[in-house]
Each structure stands twice: as structure tokens, then as C-alpha cells.
Design a protein around this ligand. Structure first.
Ligand SMILES: Cc1cc2nc3c(=O)[nH]c(=O)nc-3n(C[C@H](O)[C@H](O)[C@H](O)COP(=O)(O)O)c2cc1C
Ligand code: SF4
Length: 462
């Protein structure tokens, strides 16, 4: 098994690293001090751009480019940290908040200076009680030490961070729903444009970034953007740099969160980091690569990139499990990297049952503003329930495809696509499971075993 340096997670295993004295003994706030006292905002932005860091919240948008969208003459700019972490199967951000909250605080300090903000809101899912407590205590420690407040590090540039617990709705992880919720409104996504960088929190230009994205900023500034970017295992042309947290759960022996460079393979994640399949007599049937909104991959399916100028050509003919995990590489094989937290399913799983389980989640979480999402997700559940009861026909499997196709691309936010794309992938890759379910039903309740059910409902243990 290849071994990789812990960079972002280098304080995770240190006792009480969540307290300021311990974190500081192990390097915390060196970068924030340097950023505020010896770097210009433009220098920081250049390093982040050179780092080629793709957003860690799911969409994979380059952070340096996003920061560049802010208007130059904005009077008030906000930084908002997305710590909602609601994507089923995803449990990486809480590791940072619980084990090393000062890394996030430090990232916020450097980022606020870079983007011209004085205030950060960290929007945390309310169930993450320990994360909230640790963040609040870290912020209080940093304020007391003079790293936040009126003159952070002696500089006349007031900085403040507020923790804002959300109420636990999945849709409030979508950045504009999050902003509405932060403002005390219903957590419903807004039409874009305008994007938050132009009109975000309280009508002001706002950068919304994921916890891990901003927690990476201190390491980027410490090493230099180019050096940090070069940690990736992907060719430079993919512009997908650095190191990231990988999660793995479901039917593996050692589920958890592990740090590695961008570009390890799913095979490495499952068999090295995850310790291999949970039961030796039950092989891998499918893997959801990056949270439940990303389409499932079949281990027997291979990359088809026959042309030499295809960026995926180096992996032509290889199993999807052997493709390096990056934002664009995963897109090229019909799925997404998402949150980079994989859910592993063995041959005991009927994919129609897995799909029904997930569709119930999405239907429950749809905010209801868009007809294709509100009604479509409901129909998917109804049809899957009919299949489950044994009162459907094979034509109903086609109906699932039809409903899914009509949900995509027609809605305010990406929740509908994140429902329909996985539904289509389950059917396309495992049609027989659906036909078997049509023949013999699925029972009243899903028969997913506990390991997978827990993961799909985001209750996986650390
Ligand atoms: C339905 C839905 C749920 C989302 N949930 C989260 C979440 O829990 N955490 C997160 O960081 N991003 C989430 N996102 C993505 C955010 O909208 C946004 O892209 C992200 O916070 C930007 O940060 P990044 O560029 O650093 O990744 C979600 C998106 C959608 C459509
Ligand atoms: S796609 Fe779904 S969740 Fe998103 S705004 Fe429309 S109804 Fe709400």
C-alpha cells in the first residue's frame, strides 16, 4: 500500500489538537500571521489560483477562479463556510471541525484578508453538535489571543467569525438555500444568476466555500500554490491539485476518512484504505464514488477512450476502479467525484432496493419549488414502491427512466439532477436487479443490511 504524507490532517491524531496551545505548538496560525502581516490580498489569491484547488463541497469548481468573480469595488464582502455536510455517505468535514477546528479558523482569517471580508459565517448542520462546540471554543480562543477581533495580529483589519447552526435540511447545503437560511428565510435555493459572488449573503458579494476547501488554504500558503498543486497524482493538464480527504463506508473492513493526494484510484481507496471487502465471500458489486448524488460505478465496466487525443486515453480499457479520482476524470466516466466519499456495496445488495432507499431520501428533501423535482421524485418513489410490492411490470422500469430524464436540467438547483442521475445509473448498470424486483418484489421495507442503510442515511460512524 502506498503511503502518503498527512498534510491537511497532520494534527488529527495529536491529543487535544483542537485546543489553541496544542494546535499552535504544531504549527497553527503561522500562516495567518504571515498572510496578514507580510502578504497582500492579491498575493494570496494568486497562490490559491496556482494551487488548482477544486472546491471540496461537491461541484468541484476552482476556488481561485471563484474568488476572482468578486466585484473589485464591493463595500462589504462576506465569507460563508458551508459546513452543512448533508450528503449521504459524507462525513469528512466534521473530522476537520472536531479534530482541528483551528485549521479552519486560520483558513478563514487568511481568506477574509484575501477577499476583502471582515466577517465569516460558518453554517453548520445542527446535528454536528461536537463540531459546533469545538468551532465555538476555537473561535473564542483565537479571539482571546488577538487573532480575531479589532486588530488581528496587530493589523488594523477587524475580523470576526460566527457559527450558525442550520436546522438539518439537506437542501440547506445548496449554497443559495444556505444563504436564505442564514438570513432567516426559508431554506430554498435561489435562481442563479446572480451568483453569490455578485449578490450573496444579505445582498452583498459573498464567497461560499466548503470547510475542506478553506481548511486547505493555510497549507497552500505555507508550501506555495504551485508546490501544493503538484502533490496531485493527476497530470497537470487536469488542473486538479493538492491533497484531499477521502471517505469510505459501506461494505469495507475499515471505513473512515483518509488523506491522500488527488488522483488515487477507487481500487486503492477500497482495498488499501478501506481494508477490502467486509465479507471475503461477497465481492464488490458497485461503488458510489462521491456521496449519494453521484452515479454508481460497476467494477466490470471499462473506460472507452479509443482516440489518442482523448484526455482519458491513458486509462483506455481499464476498469472504472482504476481511473484516478479527480473532478474531470470521474465526469469522463459518467459519474462525479462529488464529495470524494465512496459508498461500497457488495453482492448482497439489490440495486433496486438501494435506489428506492435513496429516492425516498431525495423526495423527502426536495424543497418543492420546482415541479420536475417535487413531483418527479415522488413518482420515482411511487413506482419503486409498486415494484417493491410486486404489483409493477417491466414497463415500469422504463417509466423510471422516463421520469428521471424529465427531471434533469429543468430546475432551480442541482438536487433534481442529483436524484435523477443516480436513478438512471442504477437502472442502466443493474437492469436485472430491477427486473428481479418486478418479478418477486422487495418487501415492505428495504432489506438493505445495516452497513449500507446507515451510510445511505448519512449515519455512518467516523
Ligand atoms: C442539494 C445540494 C446539497 C449540497 N450540500 C452541500 C454540503 O452539505 N456541503 C457543501 O460544502 N456543499 C454542498 N453543496 C454544494 C454547494 O452548493 C456549493 O457548491 C459549495 O458549498 C461550494 O463550495 P466549494 O466550491 O468549496 O466546494 C450542495 C449542493 C446541492 C445542490
Ligand atoms: S430542484 Fe428541487 S430542491 Fe432544488 S429548488 Fe427545485 S424543488 Fe427545490
Amino acid at each position: 500500500m502506498a503511503s502518503y504524507d498527512a498534510i491537511l490532517s497532520n494534527r488529527f491524531s495529536i491529543d487535544e489538537a483542537w485546543t489553541l496551545p496544542v494546535a499552535e505548538r504544531h504549527g497553527a496560525y503561522r500562516v495567518a500571521r504571515k498572510a496578514l502581516t507580510a502578504m497582500t490580498p492579491d498575493q494570496i489569491k494568486e497562490e490559491v489560483k496556482a494551487a488548482n484547488i477544486r472546491g471540496r463541497g461537491g461541484a468541484g469548481f476552482p476556488a481561485g477562479i471563484k474568488w476572482g468573480f468578486l466585484p473589485k469595488d464591493a463595500e462589504t464582502t462576506y465569507l460563508v463556510i458551508n459546513a452543512d455536510e448533508g450528503e449521504p455517505g459524507t462525513f469528512k468535514d466534521r473530522q476537520i471541525m472536531e479534530k482541528d477546528p483551528h485549521r479552519l479558523v486560520e483558513g478563514c482569517i487568511a481568506t477574509m484578508w484575501a477577499i476583502g471580508a471582515h466577517v465569516t459565517y460558518i453554517y453548520v448542520r445542527c446535528e454536528l453538535v461536537k463540531s459546533i462546540r469545538r468551532l465555538e471554543s476555537a473561535i473564542a480562543e483565537a479571539r482571546k489571543k488577538g487573532y480575531l477581533g479589532r486588530r488581528p495580529f496587530g493589523k488594523d483589519y477587524p475580523l470576526e467569525i460566527h457559527v450558525h447552526p442550520g436546522a438539518g435540511a439537506y437542501i440547506c447545503g445548496e449554497e443559495t438555500a444556505l444563504l436564505n437560511s442564514l438570513e432567516g428565510k426559508r431554506g430554498e435555493p435561489r435562481l442563479k444568476p446572480p451568483f453569490p459572488a455578485i449578490k450573496g449573503a444579505f445582498g452583498q458579494p459573498t464567497i461560499v466555500n466548503n470547510v475542506e476547501t478553506i481548511a486547505s488554504v493555510p497549507d497552500i500558503l505555507e508550501r506555495g500554490g504551485k508546490a501544493w498543486s503538484d502533490i496531485t497524482l493527476l497530470p497537470e493538464s487536469f488542473r486538479d491539485g493538492g491533497t484531499r480527504l477521502y471517505g469510505i463506508s459501506g461494505h469495507v473492513k475499515t471505513p473512515g476518512v483518509f488523506e491522500a493526494p488527488v488522483g488515487i484510484t477507487l481500487r486503492e481507496l477500497i482495498y488499501d484504505f478501506g481494508g477490502g471487502m467486509l465479507h471475503d465471500d461477497r465481492p464488490l458489486k458497485g461503488v458510489i464514488p462521491g456521496g449519494s448524488s453521484t452515479p454508481v460505478l460497476h467494477p466490470d465496466h471499462k473506460v472507452n477512450a479509443p482516440k489518442a487525443d482523448d484526455p482519458m486515453h491513458p486509462w483506455h480499457g481499464k476498469s472504472h476502479l482504476d481511473v484516478p479520482m479527480g473532478v474531470d476524470t470521474m465526469r469522463s466516466i459518467g459519474t462525479m467525484l462529488g464529495t470524494c466519499c465512496a459508498i461500497v456495496m457488495d453482492t448482497s445488495v439489490n440495486m433496486a432496493e438501494a435506489a428506492r432507499n435513496l429516492m425516498k431520501f431525495y423526495h423527502h428533501e426536495s424543497c418543492g419549488q420546482c415541479t420536475p423535482c417535487r413531483e418527479g421524485s415522488g413518482w420515482l418513489v411511487d413506482v419503486l414502491d409498486q415494484i417493491g410490492k410486486g404489483s409493477a411490470t417491466r414497463a415500469d422500469v422504463d417509466l423510471l427512466v422516463d421520469i428521471s430524464n424529465n427531471m434533469m436540467g429543468n430546475t432551480i438547483c442541482a438536487l433534481a439532477d442529483g436524484t435523477a442521475m443516480p436513478m438512471l445509473a442504477f437502472i442502466r448498470k443493474y437492469p436485472q436487479d430491477f427486473y428481479d424486483a418486478v418479478e418477486s418484489g422487495m418487501g415492505e421495507n428495504t432489506r438493505l443490511d445495516d452497513a449500507v442503510r446507515a451510510t445511505l442515511f448519512a449515519e455512518a460512524a467516523e
